[in-house]
Design a protein around this ligand. Structure first.
Ligand code: F6P
Length: 557
């Protein structure tokens, strides 16, 4: 196993340490340099990305690019795209980029070109999607499918639900998706409410097909389906009719097709992917089947093409103009040189309301690590908390803290030029009112309002301090022409490569997730205690015992 380069030993790091003391005042930076916005705005596919309101100057950006070179970002990137097993703790290649590669590409894992496999599986998914969309695929009583319910969690849920919400205008009329993820039985209870089993199709999406939540929910949904069909007299109690109903109403997506068969789903109704696709990077694989069904193969193809366009940009653009690399390096700048512990992502597009939640898994499961890929401790802070809500809702909730709080919170603002729903309020174009907020917020954060400006408004002296905005709060503005399938794919790939860049600088394996294991193991151990087994309860720590006893004595039966 190779050893990661310790970023803190590089000359670039030493230079950045010197430069962090340099005051960047965004007001004067803009006033003194009329070319700043243009120079620091870059294009990646359809994304127009303005980095000019970040706390950098030419020297800092040059040192960040040097840092990328000195830690071997381009070499690691090329190794990832070439199918090398850079996920060392799981001994796996990392090839979500192969999911969106053109059919004539050659990307090998263990000597086999995986691109034909990808395209063959996509063709299967598309053929299935077309059958559901056209009504050719029928439920067991002969009715066409109206509702598709995706059962999955983590990467097998967050990507599909986020994209489904983002691309609502592309969803075929008469088809709806619902998403069940949580093992809280409320999720199944609420999401199956009002559904007709005869027109409902379940997609059980699980990379491993061992995930407790997903398999439990799949069993609950299977029971719901069979009870519903039997209750309506649509099928009898025989095994044969149950199997036939499951075959018409359940399909699966997994890398473990043997386990799919054990669950009772016909492998002919299963779509595969591969261990070189991480769960949180899997929305472009068959995990997106619910999307291929609802938005259609053509739109799903555009979505993949958008991702691929950003992959090409990440591979081809010079580091000094490489948007994902620069955004990742800026994040390192804020985390390691400015002590930022979190990063806000603020989409000014209601359809992107699940984007921050999706990014939380992508970024925090990837870079929330304290050891490097060779097992040695990290040498710097890593993984900031990603969070956010759509504007303008966030403005009326937490922006106060970003504007005037004591913490530095870098923020990404995302907006599109053409609204999906162009509405007017009298003479006002409402999308323009919305965008005015998007433009105003980054200006307010960057340039603030001085005490003199507050006084000039006639504010009483004792209130002046409360009304001062310090400014110099860094933001990146990302704009695109419209929220198309391609643009949504571009945004996803952009953040994938930002996350990768940060991971490379920190020397960590961004593609494992061992940190989720311990809680799963302990949940298994504590389950008998929760069911009232005294011996199992006695093995728990005192706090857990007391909490479980509270549960046992307060549960209404
Ligand atoms: O909780 C960890 C995790 O492994 C995620 O990385 C993954 O996306 C999720 O669980 C679901 O896993 P699966 O698709 O195997 O059910």
């Amino acid at each position: 196993m190779s050893t990661p380069i310790d970023p803190t030993t590089t000359t670039a790091w030493a230079r950045l340490t010197e430069l962090k003391g340099r005051e960047i005042d965004l007001r004067s930076a803009f006033a003194d340099d009329p070319g700043r916005a243009e120079r620091l705005t870059h294009t990646a596919a359809d994304l127009h990305v303005d980095l000019s309101k970040n706390l950098v100057d030419g020297d800092i950006l040059a040192a960040l690019v040097d840092l990328a070179e000195q830690v071997g970002l381009t070499e690691r990137r090329d190794a990832m795209f070439a199918g090398e097993k850079i996920n060392v703790t799981e001994d796996r290649a990392v090839l979500h980029t192969a999911l969106r590669a053109p059919a004539d590409a050659d990307i090998e894992v263990d000597g086999e070109n995986v691109v034909p496999l990808v395209h063959a599986e996509l063709a299967k998914v598309y053929a299935f999607a077309e059958k559901v969309r056209s009504g050719e695929w029928r439920g067991v009583t002969g009715k066409p499918i109206e509702i598709v319910v995706n059962i999955g969690i983590g990467g097998s849920d967050l990507g599909p639900v986020m994209v489904y919400e983002a691309l609502q205008p592309y969803v075929q009329a008469g088809l709806t998706a619902r998403f069940i993820s949580n093992i809280d039985p409320t999720d199944v209870a609420e999401k199956t409410k009002g559904l007709d089993p005869e027109t409902t199709l379940f997609i059980v999406a699980s990379k491993t097909f061992t995930t407790l939540e997903t398999l439990t929910n799949a069993r609950l949904c299977r029971a719901w389906l069979l009870d519903g069909l039997r209750g309506a007299g649509a099928i009898d109690d025989s095994e044969d009719e149950a199997s036939e109903a499951i075959a018409r109403h359940f399909v699966a997506v997994s890398t473990a097709l043997d386990k799919v068969a054990e669950f009772g789903i016909d492998p002919a109704n299963a779509f595969g992917f591969w261990d070189w696709v991480g769960g949180r990077y899997s929305v472009g694989s068959a995990i997106g089947t619910v999307l291929a069904v609802t938005i259609g193969p053509e739109n799903f193809g555009d979505f993949l093409a958008g991702m691929h366009a950003i992959d090409r940009h990440f591979v081809e653009a010079d580091l000094a103009e490489n948007v994902p690399a620069l955004m990742g390096l800026l994040n390192v700048w804020y985390v390691d040189f400015h002590g930022a512990g979190s990063h806000a992502v603020l989409p000014y597009a209601q359809y992107l309301h699940r984007f921050p939640a999706y990014l939380q898994q992508m970024t925090m499961e990837s870079n929330g690590k304290s050891v490097r890929y060779d097992g040695s401790p990290v040498t710097t802070d890593t993984g900031e908390v990603f969070w956010g809500e759509p504007g303008t809702n966030g403005q009326h909730a937490f922006y106060q803290l970003i504007h005037q709080g004591t913490r530095l919170i870098p923020a990404d603002f995302i907006a599109v030029a053409t609204p999906a729903n162009p509405l007017t309020d009298g003479d006002s174009d409402v999308h323009e009112l919305f965008l005015a907020n998007f433009f105003a917020q980054t200006a307010a954060l960057a340039f603030g309002k001085t005490a003199d400006e507050v006084r000039a408004e006639g504010t009483a002296e004792e209130i002046v301090p409360a009304r001062v905005f310090p400014g110099n709060r860094p933001t990146t503005s990302i704009m695109a022409p419209a929220l198309t399938p391609s643009v949504v794919g571009q945004l996803i790939a952009l953040y994938e490569h930002i996350t990768f860049t940060q991971g490379v600088v920190w020397g960590i394996d961004s593609f494992d997730q061992w940190g989720v294991e311990l809680g799963k193991q302990l949940a298994k151990q504590v389950t008998p205690a929760v069911a009232g087994d005294e011996a199992a309860l006695a093995e728990q720590d005192a706090s857990t015992q007391s909490l479980v006893r509270y549960y046992l004595s307060h549960r209404a039966r």
